[in-house]
Design a protein around this ligand. Structure first.
Ligand code: PLP
Length: 385
């Protein structure tokens, strides 16, 4: 947020800024979503809605996840929330008491740490450095679950790394998860439709159906449908957990608003061409970013296969100075600051995600900005001495 604020300020001062900092899709949902909202507005009941979510919304979501092989769930397995973030918070309240442990891989999505702190949970960070492609190994997971954390939080595809676990990798991790019945598993897989190279999306329950008793799958409209501001998220999992989240809703928000519900149903059940097209566009953009980053000597850049992030390890440049401005680069924050000052390109320092050797490039900017932005990054690194 610090980088984004600075980028905004510089832009307001008239600087030519290219932002690779915010994880927000740069497209809107199709017209059918807006038509559905207009229609709903004309019939607005003005009444409270269901704490779990309207039946039609739950049904639309259940149908939606069938396409990724999550079948056989009922309405009672689902809960909705004001975005996936809200559901993660509710799950933390529901599953974690003060002092309980939540384990998750590093790099992690920033809110995980903050949410754990809010509920006074202990955090067990499982380091997944670039040398292991930012992925958790079965051995690491085994060691972590042997300590019996209350919750293991897994994110695939990953923000910030864009990494996607293969079928074989998920199957191997699922075998480990199955050995430890005392731990709840949250799979924050909100980028599950944004997977490239024909890799496909896989979940532990695909390989170990018995894990349905403990696995809570999260989804959201924010990224796939270009609807982050509409604030709609879902969980599907054990009934007891879904019911507890619904109880949280009943005391916090009561329900997802009626107009938002109409928009969400239309997005889930309407034409899927916008998300499909965007996915192809993102894959091409990923290739462009990879070509630029791998051309920089010393930068280590594991190839992401999903979401819209690239997370290069730039630590080979720490300790250098930016020739033209004389700025010293001691760490990721300095590097992001200097890149913004010198070239007007905003990226996010990896320390925000628990990996201070890296920086996050989010390539959701308008396509014409991508090539010039990348060129400026390549130039910037060539000026570090
Ligand atoms: N989980 C991950 C991994 C994310 O990257 C984000 C948003 O950036 C969220 C959850 C939150 O999504 P939502 O907009 O549905 O709250």
């Amino acid at each position: 947020m610090v980088v984004a604020e600075k980028a905004k300020r510089l832009k307001a001062e008239g600087r030519d800024i290219i932002s690779f900092s915010i994880g927000v899709p740069n497209f809107l949902p199709g017209g059918h979503v807006y038509d559905a909202v207009r229609e709903a507005l004309s019939k607005d009941s003005g009444q409270y809605g269901s704490n779990r979510g309207a039946d039609a919304l739950l049904d639309a979501f259940l149908k939606h996840i069938e396409a990724i092989g999550l079948t056989g769930y009922k309405r009672s397995n689902v809960a909705t929330g004001i975005g996936a973030k809200h559901i993660i918070y509710n799950l933390a309240e529901v599953l974690l008491d003060e002092g309980d442990t939540i384990a998750f891989p590093t790099p992690y999505w920033t809110s995980y740490l903050d949410i754990a702190e809010i509920v006074d949970a202990k955090v067990d960070l499982l380091p997944c450095p670039p040398e292991q492609n930012y992925k958790l190994t079965p051995e690491q997971l085994d060691a972590a679950l042997a300590k019996k954390p209350k919750v293991f939080l897994f994110n695939n595809p990953s923000n910030p790394t864009g990494m996607v676990y293969t079928k074989e990798e998920i199957a191997a991790l699922a075998d480990v998860v199955a050995k430890y019945p005392d731990t709840w598993i949250i799979t924050d897989d909100i980028y599950n439709r944004m997977v490239f190279d024909g890799l496909g999306y896989h979940n532990f329950v695909h390989f170990r159906p018995e894990l349905r008793d403990r696995v809570i799958f999260l989804d959201s409209l924010s990224k796939t449908y270009g609807m982050p501001g509409w604030r709609v998220g879902f969980m599907v999992g054990p009934e007891s957990v879904a019911n507890a989240v619904v109880t949280m809703n009943s005391n916090h928000i009561t329900n997802i608003p009626e107009l938002t519900t109409a928009a969400a149903i239309a997005a889930l059940t309407g034409p899927q061409d916008v998300p499909t097209q965007k996915n192809e566009e993102f894959q091409a953009k990923r290739d462009q970013v990879m070509a630029a980053m791998t051309s920089i000597p010393g930068v280590v850049c594991p190839k992401p296969q999903g979401a819209f992030y690239v997370f290069p390890d730039v630590s080979a440049y720490f300790g250098k100075t930016h020739g033209p401005t004389g700025q010293t680069i001691a760490n990721d924050m300095d590097l992001c600051n200097a890149l913004l000052d010198a070239k007007g390109v905003a990226c996010v320092p990896g320390s925000a995600f628990g990996e201070p050797r890296a920086l996050r490039i989010s390539y959701t900017c308008p396509t014409p900005q991508l090539a010039p932005g990348l060129q400026r990054i390549v130039e910037f690194f060539s000026e570090l001495q």
